[in-house]
Ligand binder design. Structure first.
Ligand code: FES
Ligand code: FES
Length: 188
């Protein structure tokens, strides 16, 4: 795992997983859910516990770039692979284009499903940079929004595709490295 930062105690018998580019120690109980390890041991609470049965998508994270339900994945399945959570999407303090698009379109109500929606969308856009509406619906069909914000989520993914193609973008949120970077609230 050269080139990967390390963080933790290196405690004897611990299990190591690479999360957001950093090798982290978790307790040596490989059958625990990845969601539990992320939230309870590593303090990464972006992935949300929902159904606990793999059907709502609130807990979605990426494993080597592919969306997985962290409530169903075991810690042992993550060993040797790259785990990405919502906390790892921003770079240099700038939100990922999908995060920017969700904010711009206001594609959330309570926000409980949002991290999972964003992670599934990130995976989709990696595979299909200019997805059709049908592709977006298929990619997100395992992510449930109880607030019914699906139309705005669809718009946000379309917008994210635009922003990803044009990172210098016309988005409300400043693009990484933009000379016009501002910290003012976009809705102010
Ligand atoms: S909590 Fe994991 S899919 Fe619902
Ligand atoms: S915004 Fe409330 S569940 Fe989706």
């Amino acid at each position: 795992m050269s080139g990967i930062e390390r963080e933790g105690t290196g405690m004897a018998g611990s299990t190591q997983v690479v999360v957001n580019g950093v090798a982290r120690d978790v307790a040596p109980e490989p059958d625990r859910s990845l969601l539990f390890a992320l939230r309870e041991e590593l303090g990464l609470t972006g992935a949300k516990p929902g159904c606990g049965e793999g059907v709502c998508g609130a807990c979605t994270v990426l494993l080597d770039g592919a969306p997985v339900r962290a409530c169903q994945a075991r810690v042992s399945e993550a060993v040797g692979h790259a785990v990405t959570t919502i906390e790892g999407l921003a770079s240099d303090g700038h939100p990922h284009p999908v995060q920017r698009a969700f904010l711009e379109v206001n594609a959330l109500q309570c926000g409980y499903c949002t991290a999972g929606m964003i992670m599934s969308s990130v995976a989709l856009l990696e595979q299909a940079p200019d997805p059709s509406d049908a592709q977006i619906r298929t990619a997100l069909e395992g992510n449930v929004c109880r607030c019914g914000t699906y139309p705005r989520i669809l718009r946000a993914v379309r917008r994210a595709a635009e922003l990803a193609r044009d990172p210098g973008g016309r988005g409300i949120w400043p693009a990484p490295g933009s000379a016009t970077t501002s910290t003012s609230c976009p809705t102010a």
